[in-house]
Design a protein around this ligand. Structure first.
Ligand SMILES: Nc1nc2c(ncn2[C@@H]2O[C@H](COP(=O)(O)OP(=O)(O)OP(=O)(O)O)[C@@H](O)[C@H]2O)c(=O)[nH]1
Ligand SMILES: [Mg+2]
Length: 462
């Protein structure tokens, strides 16, 4: 689909978050942006539409002879703006009232209220960003750690786009060659082109799969790793949550069964956002509320990326707890042998094999650093913490890349077959489909529905 050349309306929105602040910004973009500025802005000298791009002008926004606020107005001209259109940004005093009144005045002067993500959508339609870059804007706004923000910024700068673009170009070249071969009369087929194709296609498959593998890391950076604290009652799970957070979030008491509802909090470890969940102690009980809590705990357990399984080491390991532990994946579980100060009857040797353990005495805060280090080690299996942040794919990209990879494999099988020259029509079809899927990652091919889906997750004003 070609970019929509017929954007004729001008959109406006408050770009800053609601609430009290020093400044608020109203953004106006589209063909009438400067005209609307002239109608609403009163200042000395030339009207905004006659000002050079990149200038800030001081003045007042006036509507129906009433001054709404004293403002600074920034003039940007197409194509040198975020959206690629004529754009003005009005900086007014913070707080909701001035910004809302100015927005109203701008709408009265001919603009339309922007939909979520519509500025970035226009930037995409005007070729200022490709789709992967536009999505990076969303990731950057939502980034929960510095590492996540750095990865989003790399993607915005085009690191993912350029990898995908080169996969796209290689695929397009292979397709062009196959199509050219189809046009040759059989006897004149340039054998060397046909002979080199499987190797080239295989190389592209490797690139596609390498890129798709970064999803694991992307998922952790975007959504955060879900770390679930579980174990029998009264072993120190809530104590551990509080220590990790550095504040008294969950109630700690000597009464077994204190925690009922799941408690989720976020923190950042090694630049990776973590969602840490404290859960009700796992045990047989007749208490209805506690049982509801245990059901919730089990729900969290099933979707956890990482487990902290806490045990009281001053007591022997009961069969029930052993079974609970054995149900957790060893490679993603850290056993915390707590209450070392009470003397140890339970040691790492008593655990089912394959589980790594950390000894703590959380009441004194002892061993907390070891827990953090162990968490970091498990995370490192998913994210290369020593490598500088790089582009990582999202769920949408992974799906498309996997489809492209499967199509490329289909083509490869046909091209490697004994009478490959007879398979060229089918191989071309696979390559075309791979090309289309790869193109969707960066928006070389798109549909309105796809754009709606992506941009509706943005906030208004972005
Ligand atoms: N002696 C000793 N007591 C501890 C230690 N860690 C926690 N406790 C105590 O153990 C009791 C239970 O701690 P919690 O953190 O509430 O335990 P929990 O696992 O969340 O318990 P439930 O929510 O009931 O399942 C509290 O009285 C804590 O102060 C420790 O290292 N040594
Ligand atoms: Mg608790």
């Amino acid at each position: 689909m070609e970019p929509d050349a017929a954007i004729t309306d001008t959109i406006a929105a408050i770009a800053t978050p609601p609430g009290i602040g020093g400044l608020a910004v109203i953004r106006v973009s589209g063909p009438q942006a400067l005209e609307i500025a002239d109608r609403t802005f009163h200042g000395r000298g030339e009207p905004p539409s006659r000002r050079p791009a990149g200038t800030f002008v001081h003045g007042r926004i006036v509507s129906a002879d009433e001054t709404l606020d004293e403002v600074l107005l920034l003039v940007m001209r197409a194509p040198h703006s975020y959206t690629g259109e004529d754009t003005i940004e009005i900086q007014c005093h913070g707080g909701l009232v001035p910004a809302r009144r100015i927005l109203r005045a701008v709408l009265d002067a001919g603009a339309r209220a922007a939909e979520p993500g519509e500025f970035t959508r226009r930037a995409f339609l005007h070729g200022k960003l490709d789709l992967a870059q536009a999505e990076a804007v969303l990731d950057l706004v939502h980034a929960r750690s510095e590492r996540a923000a750095a990865a989003a910024l790399r993607q915005l700068e085009g690191s993912l786009s350029s990898s995908v673009q080169s996969i796209y170009d290689e695929t397009a070249q292979a397709l062009a060659d196959v199509e050219a071969l189809l046009d040759f009369p059989e006897e004149d087929l340039p054998e060397h082109v046909l002979a080199s194709l499987p190797q080239r296609v295989a190389a592209v498959i490797e690139d596609i799969e390498g890129l798709a593998r970064t999803w694991d890391e992307g998922h952790l950076l975007r959504e955060g790793a879900l770390v679930v604290i579980s174990g029998p009652p009264n072993v120190g799970k809530s104590t551990l949550l509080n220590l990790l957070l550095g504040r008294e979030r969950a109630i700690v008491s000597h009464v077994p069964g204190t925690t009922r509802d799941t408690i989720e909090e976020t923190l950042v470890l090694e630049g990776i956002p973590l969602r840490v969940v404290d859960t009700a102690g796992l045990r047989e009980t007749t208490c209805e509320v506690e049982r509801a809590g245990i059901r919730r705990a089990r729900r969290e357990l099933s979707s956890a990326d990482l487990h902290l399984f806490v045990l009281d080491c001053s007591r022997p390991l009961e069969q029930h707890a052993r079974d609970e532990l054995a149900a957790l994946p060893a490679a993603r579980t850290i056993v915390v042998l707590n209450k070392q100060d009470l003397g140890c009857v339970l040691t790492p040797a008593d655990l089912p094999s394959g589980y790594s353990a950390v000894s703590t005495s959380l009441l004194q805060g002892r061993g907390l650093e070891d827990v953090r280090r162990a968490l970091g080690l498990v995370l490192e299996r998913h994210v290369d913490l020593h490598q500088s942040p790089h582009a990582v794919v999202s769920e949408r990209h992974r799906e498309l890349l996997q489809r492209a990879g499967a199509e490329m494999r289909g083509a490869l099988d046909l091209l490697r077959a004994e009478h490959a020259d007879e398979n060229l029509v089918l191989a071309a079809e696979h390559l075309r489909s791979a090309l289309e899927n790869t193109g969707r990652v960066i928006g070389r091919t798109w549909t309105e529905e796809l754009l709606d889906n992506i941009f509706s997750r943005f906030c208004i004003g972005k």
